[in-house]
Design a protein around this ligand. Structure first.
Ligand SMILES: [Zn+2]
Length: 66
């Protein structure tokens, strides 16, 4: 059996990888590929919407009062 990351011989302690380094690389790919990216996109969407200041709404002459 060989390491799926670099192709070296698998180490029994880090199967199916050859070392902890390659195991971490595989974990990093898994996390960045399916976890971080969609989460970031959603988080940036919310704070991007500015709330209209209450003062401006009151000063605008075109807006009818309730
Ligand atoms: Zn490796």
């Amino acid at each position: 059996m060989t390491c799926p990351i670099c192709g070296k011989t698998t180490d029994a302690d880090y199967r199916p990888f050859c070392s902890r380094r390659c195991a971490d690389i595989d974990l990093g790919r898994w996390l960045t590929g399916s976890y971080v990216i969609p989460g970031e996109a959603l988080d940036e969407d919310e704070p991007a919407r500015p709330d209209p200041p209450a003062d401006e709404a009151g000063e605008a002459p075109r807006r009818k009062p309730h």
